[in-house]
Design a protein around this ligand. Sequence first.
Ligand SMILES: CC(C)(COP(=O)(O)OP(=O)(O)OC[C@H]1O[C@@H](n2cnc3c(N)ncnc32)[C@H](O)[C@@H]1OP(=O)(O)O)[C@@H](O)C(=O)NCCC(=O)NCCS
Length: 134
Amino acid sequence: MSNISEYSELVQPTHINTAGTLFGGYMLAWLDLAAAKAATEFLEDTDAWGAVTRALDKVEFKEPVFLGDWVKCKSEIVKTGTTSMVVQVRAYAQSKDHGKRLACTADITFVAVVKDENGSLISFNHNISLNEEK
Ligand SMILES: CC(C)(COP(=O)(O)OP(=O)(O)OC[C@H]1O[C@@H](n2cnc3c(N)ncnc32)[C@H](O)[C@@H]1OP(=O)(O)O)[C@@H](O)C(=O)NCCC(=O)NCCS
C-alpha cells in the first residue's frame, strides 16, 4: 500500500482551446485520473472493488499549459475517513520551451466502494488510517 502516486499526460493538438493553451476540462479529467490511480493503489490490500470521485475541492489553475508540455501529476493521500480518502494532486507542466512549473492543484475526495447484490456501487469501510499505512 502506498499513499503517493504519479500519472503523466502529453499535451497534444486535440487538447488545445481557442486561446492556444490546454483546455481546462482536460486538466480536470487528468487530475481526477491521477487521484483515482492514487486511491486505487492505496486500497490495493483491501476488499474494496475500487473508489469513486465524491468531491473536487480547491481546484486552482495557476499557470497556462502549452502544446508539447508533459503534465506530470503527483498525488498524495493526505486524509482518510471511514469510507473516504482525500487526495491532494499537484500537476506540473514541463517542456524545454517553458521549463517546469506548478500548473494546477486540487484536493479530491474519493469513496471506497464495493458492488452490492444488484451490481450497484455502495460505500465500503476501508479501515485504513494514514498512520497505519506502510
Ligand atoms: C459514493 C457513494 C456510493 C457513497 O454514498 P453514501 O454511502 O450515501 O455516502 P456519502 O456519499 O454520503 O458519504 C461517503 C463519504 O464521503 C464524504 N463526503 C460526502 N460529501 C462530501 C463532500 N461534499 N466533500 C467531501 N467529502 C464528502 C462523507 O463524509 C463520507 O466520508 P466518511 O465515510 O469517510 O466519513 C455515492 O455518494 C455515489 O454513488 N456518488 C456518485 C459517485 C460518482 O458517480 N462519481 C463520479 C464517477 S467516479
